[in-house]
Structures are given as structure tokens and as C-alpha cells.
Design a protein around this ligand. Structure first.
Ligand SMILES: [Zn+2]
Length: 106
């Protein structure tokens, strides 16, 4: 059960891990000595920093979803225990909350 989701999640996990690595690489390079260029680089870094945070969050959710598949809890809302709409899982395979609970959080 959920074999296809598992594969989808593994693929996503790999993608996110790679993205995270390249973002970290971007963020660790030094700044240019030119002040105008440096301003631009810092701006880019802010974007990269945001993206890194998002990617890290996604990766956490992906890992959680994978372990929920192992435990047979996948597709069940971790907040209310209701079944998560399969359509929602198609769009967001690492979702651990049903639409109602996700909206309540947001
Ligand atoms: Zn729920």
C-alpha cells in the first residue's frame, strides 16, 4: 500500500536534499569586494535563506510522511485522525494534516 507514494516521496526527498546542498553552497561563498555587487549578493542571500528554511521544512515533512507509511499511518490526519483526502495527498504527498486541520493551523 502506498508504494507509489513512497517512491514519489523518496524522489522528492532526494530533490530537496540536493536543493538544500546547493543553497548551502550558495550561502557559504564569500561576498564580492564591489559594494554594489555585494548589495545584490546579500539580497540574493536573503532569498536563498528563505528558500533554505522552506526546503528544510519540506524535508522534515517528507521524512515524517515516509515514516508514517512504514507505520501504516500514512493518509491519516495526525491532528484529528480523519482520513486525508487522496486528492490532497496527490498535490501534497507529504501532507500529514487533513485540509480542515491544515487550515486551522494557517
Ligand atoms: Zn485533521
Amino acid at each position: 500500500m502506498y508504494q507509489d507514494k513512497k517512491e514519489q516521496l523518496k524522489k522528492l526527498q532526494l530533490e530537496m536534499t540536493k536543493r538544500l546542498e546547493s543553497l548551502k553552497k550558495d550561502l557559504s561563498r564569500g561576498y564580492s569586494s564591489d559594494s554594489e555587487e555585494q548589495a545584490l549578493e546579500r539580497e540574493n542571500d536573503e532569498v536563498a535563506e528563505d528558500l533554505r528554511g522552506e526546503t528544510e521544512q519540506e524535508l522534515i515533512q517528507i521524512n515524517e510522511a515516509l515514516s508514517r507509511i512504514e507505520k501504516g499511518e500514512y493518509g491519516i490526519c495526525k491532528s484529528c485522525g480523519n482520513t486525508i483526502n487522496p486528492k490532497r495527498l496527490e498535490v501534497l504527498p507529504y501532507s500529514t494534516l487533513c485540509i480542515n486541520c491544515a487550515e486551522a493551523v494557517a
